[in-house]
Design a protein around this ligand. Structure first.
Ligand SMILES: NC(=O)C1=CN([C@@H]2O[C@H](COP(=O)(O)OP(=O)(O)OC[C@H]3O[C@@H](n4cnc5c(N)ncnc54)[C@H](O)[C@@H]3O)[C@@H](O)[C@H]2O)C=CC1
Ligand SMILES: O=C(CO)COP(=O)(O)O
Length: 336
């Protein structure tokens, strides 16, 4: 398929932005990644490595980096990969620089704490002339950067545009699947991070694999319940950006959310866990705002609620476990 997508901008020089930029860089495509830290941009341009956020991966020399967001002006498509709490500021800074109708592919997984908004709404607020897309699914940055096989959901309203975009970005090892339910893809990505903290807590506490599996299955029910209430589609939550990412994130210590939960389960304090890492743990910011959103919509999400209560310091990990286990018996159905 011929494509007019030749110039890609990536906002965010963290692990995921770097992996996406590496994946997009190929013959016939120019890729420019914006890094907040000038030394990260410098290292990508000169040493071809992002030692701060994705060390040990040899980046393609054709990948170029900048620390000036204005350099992303005129790109054919932009991937927004700053942490969810910083996405608004980076999009705001791009006002007036992108051509109207430029696709902006939202790749961060979270809900804005200050507003309760998902990233598509943040984009609409800041760059109303952009075309929103959501790319989300089971995809550790290190796997994608190393070219290991990965499949994600690529949600966009315009099917023809989406078909052209996924043709332009896919590789033999990176397979985006086209979808139209942007909200469903966003809900999966945001909620699975909170559930991964819960799974980590259970494993860190030594509660066993049966409890872990129960949390994944009941967590999936919570995620789907919220999605249906907000108007998203059940099928999306059963796909790569829902169940797929839930399983990955809840099963591997490579996940920052899962490993944060494990450390909490072993008795470490949240602050000491966060202080010790140079990486974002999205579920920590998402849990409180997710709890609020669920309450506003009358959606029961007891696992996410318990994680939020631990994160906000209201109850201990042990109290959260007791609270979940002592809930009254109920029907298994998602919408019961
Ligand atoms: N790392 C991964 O495997 C994956 C991450 N994601 C999502 O991608 C998003 C970005 O995560 P990572 O790339 O992993 O980040 P990271 O944890 O590797 O790095 C942190 C990033 O936050 C940026 N940052 C810190 N303060 C900032 C500010 N005030 N304004 C703008 N940027 C700021 C840093 O410059 C750095 O790029 C998150 O929403 C995450 O959930 C999604 C899929 C996979
Ligand atoms: O979203 C991810 C994998 O799909 C990465 O998860 P963590 O942010 O928990 O590391």
């Amino acid at each position: 398929m011929t494509t007019h997508f030749k110039k890609f901008g990536v906002i965010g020089g963290g692990a995921w932005g770097t992996a996406i930029a590496q994946m997009l860089t190929r013959e016939g495509q120019d890729v420019l990644i914006w890094c907040r830290e000038p030394d990260v941009a410098e290292a990508i341009n000169t040493a071809h490595e992002n030692t701060a956020f994705l060390s040990g991966v040899a980046l393609k020399p054709a990948l170029k980096a900048t620390s000036d967001l204005a350099d992303l002006a005129g790109m054919d498509a932009v991937f927004a990969v700053a942490p969810a709490q910083h996405t608004r500021a980076t999009l705001k800074a791009l006002k007036g620089t992108l051509k109207p109708g430029t696709p902006v592919v939202l790749c961060s997984k979270g809900i804005e704490l200050a507003t309760g908004e998902f990233m598509t709404q943040v984009l609409k607020d800041e760059l109303p002339d952009a075309v929103p897309a959501v790319m989300s699914g089971p995809s550790f940055a290190i796997d994608v950067a190393r070219g290991l096989p990965t499949a994600v959901t690529f949600a966009i309203e315009d099917e023809a545009l989406g078909t052209e975009l996924i043709a332009a970005i896919s590789t033999p090892t990176f397979r985006p699947y086209l979808a139209h339910d942007l909200l469903g893809a966003e809900i999966g990505g945001a909620v699975k991070n909170v559930l991964a903290i819960a799974c980590g807590i259970a494993l860190g506490k030594g509660l066993g694999r049966s409890a872990h599996a129960a949390l994944i299955a009941r967590g999936s029910a919570e995620m789907t319940r919220l999605a249906l209430k907000l108007g998203a589609e059940r099928e999306t939550l059963a796909g790569l950006s829902g169940l797929g990412d839930l399983v990955l994130t809840c099963s591997s210590e490579t996940s920052r959310n899962m490993s944060c939960g494990m450390a909490l389960g072993k008795g470490e304090s949240l602050q000491s866990i966060l202080d010790a890492r140079n990486a974002v743990t999205e579920g920590v910011a998402t849990a409180p705002v997710l709890r609020k959103l669920a309450a506003e919509h009358g959606v029961e999400m007891p696992i996410c609620d318990a994680v939020a209560a631990v994160i906000e310091g209201e109850i201990s990990v042990d109290e959260a476990i007791v609270r979940l286990l002592m809930r009254p018996n109920r029907a298994e159905a998602v919408t019961a």
